[in-house]
Design a protein around this ligand. Structure first.
Ligand code: NAD
Length: 389
C-alpha cells in the first residue's frame, strides 16, 4: 500500500515529533488535538524544528521549511481529518478510555484500508483497538523521546494484527528519517507490557526502589547515593527526577498489576508522589530543580549501596524472559533495540559465555532484596537462550 496521508492524533511531546519526522519523510500530515492552543503549540514546535534544520542546511533536496510546512494541516475534528487517511498514529495521553475512543472514532470514519497505530508505551494494543471495527488493521508503533533523535521504533503485533498491517507499519517506520543515525525498527511479536525496550529495563526499577529505600533508612544523602552510580549519563536521583516521579510511579503500578507485585512503587517514590514532588517539571523531586539542573556534590562520599553488577544481571534475566514469552525470538534484536532506544549496550552479547556467573548474582540479589522476581528464569538457567541469536 502506498501511504501518502498520515493523521497524528495528539500534538504533544511525542505527537509533534512524529508529525515533524513524517513530514520530513515526504508525507502529508494532519495533526489533531482537542484545543486550538495545543494544535498551535505543536505546529509551532514543528516549524521551529524545520527552520533549525533549514538554517543548518540539513533539509533534503534543497527544500525550505515552508515547503514541508505546506504539507502540515491541523484539525480539531478527527472524524473529518481521518476521511482520506492511509495511516493514523495515535499519541494522546496514556489513558485507556481516551485511546479506545480515538480508535473507535477513527475506525468509524477512516477509509477501509487505513491502518490505525498507537504510540502507547505500556498499554495493550489489542484492547486499544477492540472497538475500532478493524482489529486486524490495528498495530503498535512505539517511538522514543525525542522522536527526531532516538533511532528506535518498535512495531507491535496485537493479538489481531494481520501480517499485511505489520508489513505496512514496518515499511512506513523504515521510511521515517532520524536526525542521528539510521533508524532501527524492532518487530515486537507479542502484545506484552513494556514490549522489548521498556520491558528489559523495567525490573531494574525494583532494584532502584530497594536502593532508594535502603539509602533513606540508613540515613545516606542523595549525593552519596549518586556518587555510587557516577559514570553513567545521569546519576540515579537526577535521572528519576528527569523522567518524572509520576511517570515512574504509574509505570510501576502498571507492571505490578500486569507482571509481578514486586514492581509496586517503594516507600521513597510513593512519598515523593503523594507530596506532589514530581521532579524537574515541578521544580522539586529527589532534588531541587528551581535553579536549573542540580549538580551532584562529589565531595559527599559514597553510600556504597548501589552496585552496577545487579542491573546487568537483571536485564539479562529479563531479556531471557522476553525470549521465553516469544516477544522476540532473537537476543541480537534485544541488544540492538536497547542501543537504538536508550543508547545503552544490551545485556545479551556480553553474557553469552559468562551467564552462569550472572545466575549466581541473581540468587544473591533475591537474598538481599527478598524479591522473587529476580530469580533466574528457566531459559537463562538452561543456557539455551545462547542459541537464539
Ligand atoms: N513522553 C515520552 O517519553 C513517551 C515516549 C514514548 C511513548 N509515549 C507515549 O506517547 C503518548 C503521548 O505522550 P506525550 O508525552 O506526547 O504526552 P503529552 O501530554 O505531551 O501529549 C498528549 C496530547 O494529547 C492530546 N489529547 C488528549 N486527548 C485527546 C483526544 N481525545 N484527541 C486528540 N488529542 C488528545 C493532549 O491535549 C496533548 O496535547 C502516550 O501514550 C505516552 O505513553 C511517551
Amino acid at each position: 500500500m502506498d501511504i501518502k496521508n498520515v493523521v497524528v492524533v495528539g500534538a504533544g511531546q511525542m505527537g509533534h515529533g512524529i508529525a515533524q519526522m513524517s513530514l520530513l519523510g515526504g508525507y502529508n500530515v494532519t495533526l489533531v488535538d482537542i484545543k486550538e492552543e495545543f494544535l498551535n503549540n505543536g505546529r509551532n514546535k514543528i516549524e521551529e524544528g524545520m527552520k533549525k534544520l533549514e538554517s543548518k542546511g540539513q533539509l533534503p533536496n534543497n527544500k525550505t521549511a515552508a515547503d514541508f510546512m505546506k504539507n502540515c494541516r491541523t484539525s480539531l475534528d478527527l472524524s473529518l481529518a481521518i476521511k482520506d487517511a492511509d495511516l493514523m498514529i495515535e499519541a494522546v495521553i496514556e489513558k485507556m478510555d481516551v485511546k479506545k475512543q480515538v480508535f473507535e472514532t477513527a475506525g468509524n470514519h477512516a477509509p477501509d484500508h487505513c491502518i490505525l497505530a498507537s504510540n502507547t508505551s505500556t498499554m495493550s494494543i489489542t484492547e486499544i483497538g477492540e472497538n475500532s471495527g478493524r482489529p486486524d488493521k490495528c498495530i503498535g508503533m512505539h517511538f522514543f523521546n525525542p522522536v527526531p533523535l532516538m533511532r528506535l521504533i518498535e512495531v507491535i503485533h496485537s493479538q489481531d494484527s494481520s501480517e499485511e498491517s505489520i508489513k505496512i507499519g514496518m515499511d512506513f517506520a523504515r521510511s521515517i528519517p532520524c536526525l542521528r543515525g539510521k533508524r532501527y525498527i524492532a518487530e515486537v511479536l507479542k502484545d506484552k507490557p513494556g514490549f522489548i525496550c521498556n520491558r528489559v529495563t523495567a525490573p531494574v526499577q525494583i532494584y532502584q526502589n530497594y536502593v532508594f529505600d535502603k539509602c533513606a533508612e540508613e540515613g545516606y544523602s542523595w549525593d552519596q547515593l549518586d556518587n555510587d552510580s557516577r559514570g553513567g549519563p545521569m546519576s540515579m536521583t537526577i535521572l528519576a527526577d528527569y523522567v518524572g516521579i509520576d511517570v515512574l510511579y504509574h509505570g510501576q503500578m502498571y507492571y505490578a498489576k500486569t507482571l509481578s507485585p514486586d514492581f509496586a512503587p517503594g516507600k521513597v517514590i510513593t512519598q515523593l508522589y503523594n507530596e506532589g514532588k514530581l521532579g524537574a517539571k515541578t521544580g522539586q523531586g529527589f532534588r531541587d530543580w528551581s535553579k536549573g539542573r542540580p549538580q551532584v556534590d562529589k565531595s559527599a562520599g559514597k553510600a556504597r549501596i548501589y552496585k552496577l553488577k545487579y542491573p546487568i544481571a537483571i536485564m539479562l534475566n529479563e531479556g531471557c524472559r522476553v525470549l521465553e514469552e516469544g516477544i522476540t525470538n532473537s537476543w541480537k534484536v534485544i541488544d540492538d533495540t536497547l542501543m537504538a532506544g536508550m543508547n545503552m549496550p544490551g545485556p545479551m552479547a556480553p553474557n553469552v559465555k559468562t551467564y552462569p556467573k550472572q545466575i549466581e548474582v541473581l540468587k544473591e540479589l533475591v537474598e538481599l532484596t527478598g524479591k522473587k522476581y529476580f530469580e533466574p528464569c528457566e531459559l537463562l538457567r538452561s543456557g539455551k537462550w545462547v542459541d537464539m541469536k
